[in-house]
Design a protein around this ligand. Structure first.
Ligand code: LIP
Length: 264
């Protein structure tokens, strides 16, 4: 039987190396950056350097296996593909807010089987192997036991395109009276890890890249969350990512649909 755990070890080792690099670069006075899809969608020199390091190390440790990365692209193929977000939460990184990650996942035929999310600012390590559970620094993770939507804490995010943000804001405003509160932390991989740890009861966002959710989505699922990846929840939108504690998953899904989240 296929055991994905050795792939977690590789993702962890390389993620830690890339994390150390981006932290050294963060310590420099100026972090230079360019913009991508919009003026607010930034890529720093550290993003690029991190992805180059990960690609180099994967070519050494796993020669010939394809890589899909946020900055240099690639494709998911049959068999094993490595999916890399060199810095998830780039805007946080740019502003010096210590809530960003290096996220590395191994996918088999497009399904995540191993993942590591490294927090360079704190050294925390989130991991999961399919069928073997999810862990924070080696301790098992379990989602929250909440069953009351009105007492749930919902994580969310915005797309970069301004014209979509207003529609998203309207949906989040409608949700604000349905839940305890909302949190917008700015790093999808860590939002998904937060659901795994019970620090969020649910998380939803549109327009994520595969690299944003590939590791965090597996960690949340292995911790017991209901996870719906892009393409699996048409009522929330073809590019929606959803994760929730099982006790509120159905109610949260319905509330998001009723709030217009699926039409933003
Ligand atoms: C970010 C995501 C975040 C989302 C941002 C951005 P990046 O990824 O982690 O959840 O709201 O728009 O996509 O660009 O920092 O890797």
């Amino acid at each position: 039987m296929f055991d994905p755990r050795p792939l977690v070890d590789i993702a962890t080792a390389i993620g830690r190396e890339a994390g150390a690099l981006v932290q050294r670069m963060r310590a420099s006075a100026v972090v230079s950056f360019d913009t991508k899809s919009t003026s607010t969608d930034v890529v720093t020199e550290a993003d690029r350097a991190s992805e180059q390091l990960v690609r180099t190390r994967l070519s050494e440790l796993r020669p010939g296996e394809p890589v899909l990365g946020e900055e240099e692209g690639g494709t998911v193929v049959e068999g094993l593909t490595w999916v890399v977000d060199p810095i998830d939460g780039t805007v946080n990184y740019l502003y010096g807010i210590p809530w960003y990650s290096v996220s590395i996942a191994a996918q088999l035929d497009g399904e995540s089987v191993a993942g590591a999310v490294v927090e360079p600012a704190t050294g925390r390590l989130w991991t999961a192997a399919r069928g073997y559970g999810a862990f924070l620094d080696g301790s098992p993770l379990h989602v929250s036991a909440t069953t009351d939507l009105s007492l749930s804490l919902l994580g969310y995010g915005f797309a970069y395109r301004p014209e979509r943000r207003q529609r998203q804001a309207d949906a989040w405003a409608a949700m604000s009276t349905r839940v305890r509160d909302l949190r917008r932390a700015g790093a999808a991989s860590l939002d998904l890890c937060s659901v795994a740890a019970g620090r969020l009861d649910a998380y939803a966002e549109h327009a994520l890249g595969r690299w944003d959710w590939a590791a965090g989505g597996l960690i949340a699922a292995e911790a017991g969350a209901v996870v719906r990846l892009p393409g699996s929840s048409p009522e929330l939108g073809e590019d929606a990512t959803f994760a929730a504690a099982p006790g509120i998953a159905d109610a949260m899904y319905s509330a998001l649909v009723e709030s217009g989240f699926g039409k933003v």
